[in-house]
Design a protein around this ligand. Sequence first.
Ligand SMILES: Cc1cc2nc3c(=O)[nH]c(=O)nc-3n(C[C@H](O)[C@H](O)[C@H](O)COP(=O)(O)OP(=O)(O)OC[C@H]3O[C@@H](n4cnc5c(N)ncnc54)[C@H](O)[C@@H]3O)c2cc1C
Length: 416
Amino acid sequence: MRKHYDLVIAGGGMVGASLACALLPVAQALQLKIALVELQPLPPPGENRFQPSYDARSTALAYGARSFYQATGVWQRLREHLTPIEHIHVSDRGRFGVTRLHAVDEKVAALGYVVENHWLGQVLLDHIRQDDSGCLDFICPAEIQSFTPCEDYSLLSVKTPDGPLELQTELAVIADGGRSGLREALGISCDEHSYGQHALVANISLDQPHQHIAYERFTDSGPMALLPGETLDGEYRCGLVWTLPDDEVARVLALSDAAFLQQLQQVFGYRAGRFVRVGERYHYPLKLTLAQEQVRAGLVVLGNAAHALHPIAGQGYNLALRGVTDLAENLIASRQMGVSLGDLARLQLYEQRRKADQLRTIGFSDKTMRLFSNPNPLLSLGRSMGLQLLDVCPLGKTLFARTAMGLDSPALQLPR
Ligand SMILES: Cc1cc2nc3c(=O)[nH]c(=O)nc-3n(C[C@H](O)[C@H](O)[C@H](O)COP(=O)(O)OP(=O)(O)OC[C@H]3O[C@@H](n4cnc5c(N)ncnc54)[C@H](O)[C@@H]3O)c2cc1C
């Protein structure tokens, strides 16, 4: 069977689902027909699946992301389980440099928000599945197997439990994640650099409230982040991202919970309190990836399929969300002008805008990461002094905070 769409989004992860949510408010007025295709099966809609498991992963959303969720109509629900970041504490373990940022000083309600990934996913996908405009088909579970560009449209072949399906579309958005099989099949190569590190991720409980402080701590083995989480059943929970050299990660993963907590405490120190419990530990190899092509006629590569960065500065999804905003605005304008959504010249305008933001964000997180992972004593002294100087310079702090909060990026503009 062949079905016709204006837009097909391949992948209903955090990025693909966000793009669908961004376009939904205007889809009916613009007569947009969208398909969102997701590989992983989901529980039935409406089922209350938010049972906060101890092992859920968390994402730090920049303050600027709030306006995106407000514009798409999911903010009220999303905020039910968000933890505001009111203070950010950046320090160099064992050295004197410290920088502190406070929401009050920056005159905002929060510097950012921490969300558990499964809650964000549930809110976005419920919003999509509850839509009754008839503009969006959520095809799930289903796997996009191939993409064939034709002159004015593209063909996507899809495998579903009910048999094969063929989708014809003006534009296909590839949002199938970091190990993007579709990007690879299209012959789009990437610039890649391995950090020689893994991120070890786990939920941790403290013996005292986290006071809404997010910690960025730089240690000799690599940077670590501790994000404030929801307090549940009296447990003061935090999300840990601990960067470890490749040859260290297996040993740390194999430690008993008690030995792990002891080593973590030793490396992190007691600034946040005593670590009393750890959930399941996950690990991810860290590399910097940037797709060399992000648009072709009738094609856009988005989210982790386009770029993956070091997670320590919490920028990956926030950068992708700015891409979603730019792309949604570009597509809305194309539609209003009567131009095909897959028009290459229009997509190249979008790509130009994205490249500048991507290079800036990657440059910032990559350089910071390298500087703070370097044990050279002279560099260590320099960065301690840098942190100390930043702490006493209000203008520098405000500029730093605005970048971290994503306040420099424009809000999603939807036509009325
Ligand atoms: C340890 C760690 C911590 C992080 N912390 C932060 C943070 O604090 N802040 C931040 O901004 N970012 C953070 N990030 C980055 C963030 O997690 C990613 O940017 C984000 O998950 C990318 O989402 P995505 O939708 O592009 O990819 P994914 O989440 O991988 O989604 C891809 C989707 O496509 C589906 N799919 C795959 N193939 C097909 C196919 N052929 N057909 C149909 N569907 C398909 C998959 O099932 C999946 O649902 C972190 C990353 C890591 C590794």
